[in-house]
Design a protein around this ligand. Sequence first.
Ligand code: KIV
Ligand code: NA
Length: 263
Amino acid sequence: RTRVTVPDFLAAKEAGRKLAVLTAYDYPWAALLDQAGVDAILVGDTLGMVVQGRDTTLPVTLDHMIYHGEMVVRATRSALVIVDLPFMSYQVSPRQAKRSAGRVLKETGASAVKLEGGVNQAGTIEALANSDIPVMAHVGMRPQSIRRLGKMSSIQRDREQLIADAKAAADAGAFSIVLELIPQDIAAQITAEIDIPTIGIGAGPNCDGQVLVTPDMLGQTHGFKPKFVKHYADLHQVATDAVRQYVDDVHTGAFPADEHTHH
Ligand code: KIV
Ligand code: NA
């Protein structure tokens, strides 16, 4: 397989082919996802929570994103790789956004960047698109706005604003758009009214594709189960059982056995 391109992404919408997207932050998981057939991998700034153990995405830096993005690109052959622009790496100005996104593409080899915003970031999306930097927008619940919103994970219901945001992003030249935590009928309307693929998370079945945070869908982020997450595995339990068994085996002398031993 050759690598999925930005035009392939657009063609998928045209052809009615749904896009399966997951997040990855390191080499082994990116390689696994790539070989398992995902269409795209998002190196999300959720790495602040799921890798760095922080409460929000806000402390994540551009250097962190580049460090992780490079590993993910190196691990993959087929998937389109999109890297999040972290908080305050693009909000200052379109110039700052071009510098940040340019570093991401040059230093990681990724094909595209993602930023949070619609109407409020239209000028920046246009500046990136005009610089040949493919950009994915992200509207609805925007985790980088947590200090204004007060809390994460509130469903966004302002239909006029959501539609205006999606249309502004599409008109500015975004190649795709994440819809996070919005009612399914609004997501369906946006998906019908814009030409670029919508990738939903907590936005219902009518989007052009879906994205989940991989450690959430694999049951690694123990105890985190919002309505929109489906647990496809319980890796937390599997790994905990394995580690407990190992500890027990070492303590009792059951490991290493003869078959693990050089003579
Ligand atoms: O950072 C991230 O993982 C994301 C997805 C949840 C869309 O932005
Ligand atoms: Na993100």
